[in-house]
Design a protein around this ligand. Structure first.
Ligand SMILES: CCCCCCCC/C=C\CCCC(=O)SCCNC(=O)CCNC(=O)[C@H](O)C(C)(C)COP(=O)(O)OP(=O)(O)OC[C@H]1O[C@@H](n2cnc3c(N)ncnc32)[C@H](O)[C@@H]1OP(=O)(O)O
Ligand SMILES: Cc1cc2nc3c(=O)[nH]c(=O)nc-3n(C[C@H](O)[C@H](O)[C@H](O)COP(=O)(O)OP(=O)(O)OC[C@H]3O[C@@H](n4cnc5c(N)ncnc54)[C@H](O)[C@@H]3O)c2cc1C
Length: 664
């Protein structure tokens, strides 16, 4: 029945002020009002309908995305939306498109690596979308190893130009989003060669297509790399292939903030570190962490609502069966994911602050916090995307068979999300970057250099190496100091163990390669400590709203106790806790599940997602799942006729043959 709220009883059970929680989730009242307004604007506009998206063949799907992106731009102009509002609108349109790379990487690359003059020339064109750009770094042969890229940019002093060239098949640019069919320009990463010397990788602005007829310019071969994983999903994006045959660009299209080439061809390194060339990646990794909480919360919202609707077993005397959300096994799979969504939200907020801070420092030529910013963005990108991709798949399983239907929204969400574990740095490669940072920190401990920020805990290494947990009863695990020390001791001990093992190798690089798996685990321990600490710090703030803080305390407890349970081996193996204390942690975790249960539906309502954004029958706000599933099935193209296409060619002859055989 339309208009009935099947989850109303669940909503009545809430022990906190949901509207206040919505503000905590959004980060501020301003953010809440912005998201609320723009998400409704998109949901109510038929131009942004998602109907039938997973059924469209690639060409139609792609054209439909072009239509939506152009329509979004038209609405942005008509409504005179600010940059912030426009970004929100693109977010709620919820379809990967070339515009993500234009706004998310092309423009930031020019801002971060271009000189003032270059920014003045290119940014106004890009802001008005008079040029459309992408970020062309990865090649067919090299993605993770940026220093291994093969494309060349050779300076020609005769003409004051760079010659951009793809010398081998493996040097073909491969993967850049928006490149295949749309971009007119790209920031291309290539080896800078001048006076016969190779100065390593640098960014160059290269025009690829005519601004008149969109044809590839002479010397440019460009196209789409082909169909990707999933129905619809990331196939709305034209990830591309690109080859250059001695394409000439003016010298001033080399992005020159980090280094310059003079008119005479002299290479000049400015006083900013070369790592700033990787700055766009740091920026995007930071945004990916916030985005992890978006994707995970969506999946969790669907699985939680459906778990309250779905009933299985346990009916007595013809009464109702048990809601599957009441099974402890369901709670043990679902509630830590709900807690993780909140945890990633808060660590994302903090990381945004850290990124803003490091950017301001860089502008003032203070590069001291860059290594920490790199380690945090790399590590947290890896941790949160791995957990989110796994979490979305778990949510699909939590929805049983119906979770496998595209109309649950979960298959597409997974297919769109899962490449986040690979793009912007493969997650294992990024963890090894964190491990390098940790090993460097440990090696400098005796030098008098005090570790600060997220590695300040290493400054208390002597204590952390020998302390023991003082937990005596289950509720002691609710004490923030007990928890933080546990995670610090585990991370510190795992790092020190790696450092000790490394010192046994004559060649440190060989040692690092041999011990890589242990090093990656130490990096995970360090990153989990950051997430736990930032959640606990959030709780130390003034949080208004009846019962809001208490709910967040429950979620925080579930987040860290679930990690403690899952990684018991680390905590026990490093000797910080006893098996009795591990068991007490598990008792406390179960108790927290019971506390969370009546609030579960309201905690996902606090995400404030419209049904348009969720795009899931199982996750509908009103819980009216079965009639809508039934209705949707009949919309499938296979059900347009009672007799299937192909019946006369394939099924009928079979049946006839059986009839003949039967007569024989
Ligand atoms: C709201 C807008 C959102 C928009 C989002 C749009 C999303 C669209 C979806 C998808 C887009 C996807 C785009 C891409 O995938 S672009 C391509 C991304 N590619 C990668 O991430 C490549 C990964 N590889 C690397 O980053 C590097 O190769 C490396 C693994 C870090 C190794 O680099 P290198 O060999 O140079 O470095 P070393 O290990 O020798 O380290 C040298 C020192 O540099 C330090 N370092 C490394 N990286 C950085 C950095 N980024 N920042 C600062 N410092 C860095 C490193 O720690 C070493 O320091 P040391 O002190 O030890 O010398
Ligand atoms: C959907 C999508 C969109 C993308 N968009 C863009 C874009 O817009 N622009 C762009 O330039 N690129 C883009 N990329 C490319 C992306 O950045 C790379 O694919 C990514 O950086 C991983 O590199 P790779 O493919 O070379 O993986 P590889 O490095 O080849 O990884 C293969 C395996 O080797 C392992 N491995 C590699 N090196 C090491 C090591 N040192 N130690 C241990 N294990 C290692 C990895 O863990 C992985 O298991 C995109 C990719 C995808 C999937």
């Amino acid at each position: 029945m339309e208009g009935v709220d099947y989850l109303a009883d669940e909503r009545k059970k809430a022990e906190f002020d949901v509207n206040e929680m919505k503000i905590v989730w959004a980060g501020s009242r301003h953010n809440f009002e912005l998201s609320d307004r723009i998400s409704k604007l998109v949901a109510n506009d038929p131009g942004f309908s998602k109907e039938g998206r997973t059924m469209l063949p690639r060409k139609e799907l792609f054209k439909n995305t072009l239509r939506k992106a152009t329509y979004a731009w038209k609405r942005i102009i008509e409504l005179r939306l600010s940059e912030e509002e426009a970004a929100k609108l693109r977010h709620f349109v919820d379809e990967p498109a070339f515009t993500d790379l234009h706004w998310g990487m092309f423009i930031p690359a020019i801002k971060g690596q271009g000189t003032d003059e270059q920014q003045k020339k290119w940014l106004p064109l890009a802001y008005k979308m008079q040029i459309i750009g992408c970020y062309a770094q990865t090649e067919l042969g090299h993605g993770s190893n940026v220093q291994g890229l093969e494309t060349t940019a050779t300076f020609d002093p005769q003409t004051d130009e760079f010659v951009i060239h793809s010398p081998t098949l493996t040097s073909s640019k491969w993967w850049p989003g928006g490149l295949g069919k749309v971009s007119t320009h790209a920031v291309v990463y290539a080896r800078l060669i001048t006076n016969g010397k190779d100065y390593g990788i640098n960014g160059f602005i290269v025009q690829l297509r005519s601004l008149e007829d969109h044809k590839p310019l002479p010397g440019v071969t460009v196209g789409d790399i082909g169909l990707k994983f999933g129905n619809g999903a990331y196939n709305t994006m034209d990830n591309g292939v690109l080859r250059f045959d001695h394409v000439r660009i003016p010298r001033d299209q080399m992005l020159m903030r980090v280094s310059q080439v003079t008119r005479e061809g002299k290479y000049v390194q400015s006083d900013v570190p070369r790592q700033l060339l990787y700055g766009t990646m740091v920026y995007v990794r930071q945004t990916i962490v916030s985005d992890a909480s978006n994707a995970l919360s969506r999946a969790v919202c669907i699985a939680t609502r459906y778990s309250a609707v779905r009933r299985q077993f346990g009916s007595q005397n013809g009464g109702q069966e048990i809601q599957v959300i009441d099974y402890k096994t369901q709670q043990n799979r679902l509630f830590p994911l709900l807690a993780s969504a909140y945890a990633f939200r808060f660590v994302g907020e903090w990381l945004k602050w850290l990124y803003t801070d490091v950017t301001q420092r860089l502008q003032a030529n203070d590069f001291s916090t860059l290594p920490e910013a790199h380690a945090c963005t790399a590590g947290l990108k890896s941790l949160t995307t791995t957990a989110t991709a796994d979490g979305i798949e778990e949510c699909r399983k939590l929805c049983g068979g119906h979770g496998y239907l595209c109309s649950s929204g979960l298959p597409e969400l997974f297919a769109v999300y899962v490449p986040a574990c690979t793009y912007e740095g493969d997650n294992t490669v990024l963890l090894l970057q964190v491990a390098r940072f940790l090993m460097k920190t440990v090696s400098q401990l005796g030098s008098g250099k005090k570790p600060v920020g997220t590695i300040a805990y290493m400054g208390r290494i002597e204590h952390l190496m020998q302390c023991r947990s003082d937990v005596k009863q289950a509720k002691d695990w609710l004490k923030p100091s007990a928890v933080v020390e546990a995670f610090e001791a585990r991370a510190a001990r795992m790092s020190v163990a790696c450092a000790q093992n490394l010192s046994k190798f004559d060649n440190p690089e060989e040692g690092f390669a041999e011990l890589a798996a242990d090093l990656a685990e130490a990096a995970v321990a360090h990153c989990q400590l950051i997430v736990v600490s930032k959640f606990i710090e959030k709780l130390q703030q003034d949080i208004p709203g009846e019962g809001v803080k208490q709910q967040l305390e429950v979620l925080c407890g579930i987040y860290y106790l679930f990690l403690l349970h899952k990684h018991q081996g680390d905590f026990l193996g490093t000797g910080y806790i006893t098996s009795k204390q591990a068991s007490l942690a598990n008792d406390q975790l179960r108790a927290l599940y019971s506390q969370l249960r009546p609030n579960a539906i309201s905690l996902v309502d606090a995400f404030n997602y419209t049904d348009h954004f969720l795009d899931s029958i199982l996750g509908r706000y009103d819980g009216n799942v079965y009639p809508k599933l039934y209705e949707a099935a009949w919309k499938d193209p296979l059900n347009q006729s009672d007799i299937a296409d192909g019946f006369h060619e394939y099924i009928r002859p079979l049946l006839k043959q059986q009839l003949r055989t039967a007569r024989l």
